[in-house]
Design a protein around this ligand. Structure first.
Ligand code: ATP
Ligand code: MG
Length: 484
């Protein structure tokens, strides 16, 4: 059996690891058992990227949330009735904490009654076996895998398997979910699940999916890395119309989705991890008029703040692009500082769709030249130390000044930079010791101070030039987006 704790720790980003340790500590302090569950465990096992951390506790998640807030985490959604909180941990790491519960259906298809339960009951009430696996984070059993429905073997067979014959009757939204997971992972439906699916469609259960549930699926879809495959699968099964009739009629804007996905790859290559939910939602709805987009989002139960974020995104981003290409940003260092603060979602949106070539070329320079150059700033600091500059405010200011000059193409070689550094710091080059012969030469060597700045900088670190620029991204030239 693989060591799941090792797998987990080696796959987590540092901020995810910190969040996991904190939830583990708080649960232990409150006397709750805690498990990693759902998508996190599935993605860990299949090798997919771990974009969020789903925890289940045998206890009250709100108590943990209150403590996490004290440490800077943000609670995004808190559903008291479900005992479920969605959290943005420090370092922009997304996750959720839910109380372990059993969903009790009096009759198939009725609204379930929630009963707080143990982890095993919680796993059995889930939708598909591949989502019903947990890893214990408790001191006595840390790393133990709980797989009561045999999800591991379904993952090995590349199948999505529903857990009961009533699965789709109890929650018709699982018709959308089962296709979403199958398309995302390239899995097929397990044979009986396929039969239950067909039967549900025959009974027209898809038309009983609530608007709120369909909205939640659309929200999840916009967070997917490849929404195209899922949307096509929904369209093939005539299920897109159950999400929204106008979207089904006008079709998703596949071209816009593909462009955004291409940009996601480029950003990834440049070392950024973009979350593209908002621009992706706009891309999916790209063939709808703004009024239609608004009414769709309203109908599907999106909150007004969410709708505002989505519908104002285009205008906000266009305004930011104007500022970026304006006169005030003529100096690369100003553009650099501006782009450092620009949300990656906006950067991606501009690269994919903007016709503001000034802004786009600055973004390209930022990604491919300026950011790699910024990594060379440590070398500049070492060089400054080597010529004898003590640490302090002036030191930091000089390093920043040199970086600003590097952005304009100056200070490329160590020799050039030494000249600049000496000029800015006012530290003159020491005259080279005169050549002496025989005994005198030896004496001169012994007498020389090892740390004295003697001519050229010799430390290999100090000599290191900034890393070479990465190749330019190959994103297609942005076209006009069909917005209105
Ligand atoms: P993603 O990668 O899209 O976040 P996920 O599996 O984490 O995938 P979520 O919607 O975040 O999906 O749900 C978390 C977990 O909650 C799921 O893995 C599943 O176990 C359970 N779950 C979610 N929706 C349902 C549902 N309708 N019926 C039963 N279980 C569900
Ligand atoms: Mg999840």
């Amino acid at each position: 059996m693989p060591d799941y704790m090792f797998l987990l720790e080696s796959r987590l980003l540092p901020e995810q690891r910190a969040a996991l340790l904190r939830v583990q500590e708080l649960s232990a302090a409150l006397g709750y058992n805690v498990y990693l569950t759902g998508g996190t465990v599935r993605d860990l096992i299949t090798g997919a990227s771990l974009r969020d951390l789903d925890f289940t506790v045998e206890g009250n998640p709100s108590k943990i949330a209150r403590e996490l807030e004290k440490g800077g985490a943000k609670v995004l959604v808190e559903e008291e009735r479900l005992r479920h909180v969605e959290i943005l941990f420090a370092g922009d790491c997304e996750g959720s904490i839910s109380a372990a519960r059993d969903d009790h259906y009096v009759r198939p298809g009725t609204k379930p009654e929630y009963r707080w339960s143990t982890i095993m009951e919680d796993l059995r009430r889930r939708d598909f076996s591949l989502n019903a696996i947990a890893i214990s984070l408790n001191p006595a059993s840390r790393g133990l895998l709980l797989d009561p429905t045999n999800g591991l073997s379904d993952i090995e067979r590349a199948e999505v398997r529903a857990l009961t014959i009533h699965s789709f009757t109890n929650q018709p939204v699982r018709l959308l979910r089962v296709l979403r997971f199958a398309a995302r992972m390239g899995f097929k439906l397990e044979q009986r699940t396929q039969e239950w699916f067909d039967l549900a469609i025959e009974r027209d259960l898809q038309h009983t999916i609530t608007e709120e549930d369909a909205g939640a699926e659309l929200r999840s879809l916009a967070r997917e890395e490849n929404p195209t495959a899922i949307l096509k699968s929904w369209e093939e099964h005539d299920l897109l119309e159950t999400v929204h009739a106008v979207l089904a009629k006008k079709h998703p804007d596949y071209d816009a989705i593909n462009r955004l996905n291409k940009v996601r790859d480029d950003l990834f290559m440049a070392g950024l991890r973009p979350r593209l939910a908002t621009p992706m939602m706009l891309a999916i709805l790209g063939r709808l008029k703004e009024g239609e987009q608004k009414s769709l989002l309203n109908k599907l139960g999106f909150k007004s703040a969410e709708i505002e974020t989505i519908l104002e995104f285009d205008e906000e981003t266009t305004t930011a692009a104007k500022e970026l290409s304006g006169k005030k940003m003529a100096a690369p260092i100003d553009a650099y500082r501006f782009l450092e603060k620009m949300p990656t979602e906006q950067i991606a949106y501009l690269l994919a769709f903007s016709s503001n070539s000034g802004a786009v070329s600055k973004i390209r320079a930022y990604l491919n030249k300026w950011r790699p150059m910024r990594q060379g700033v440590t070398a500049v600091a070492n060089e400054l130390t080597a010529i004898g500059m003590p640490a302090g405010q002036k030191f930091d200011a000089i390093v920043q000044q040199v970086f600003a000059m590097q952005l304009t193409g100056r200070g490329k070689t160590p020799e050039e930079r030494e000249k600049i550094l000496r000029k800015l710091s006012g530290i003159k080059e020491q005259p080279k010791p005169k050549e002496t012969k025989g005994k005198d030469k030896k004496a001169a060597k012994v007498g020389a101070k090892p740390n004295a700045p003697a001519g050229k900088v010799t430390s290999p670190v100090a000599k290191a030039a900034p890393p070479p620029a990465k190749p330019a991204p190959t994103a297609k030239k942005p076209g006009k987006k069909n917005k209105k």
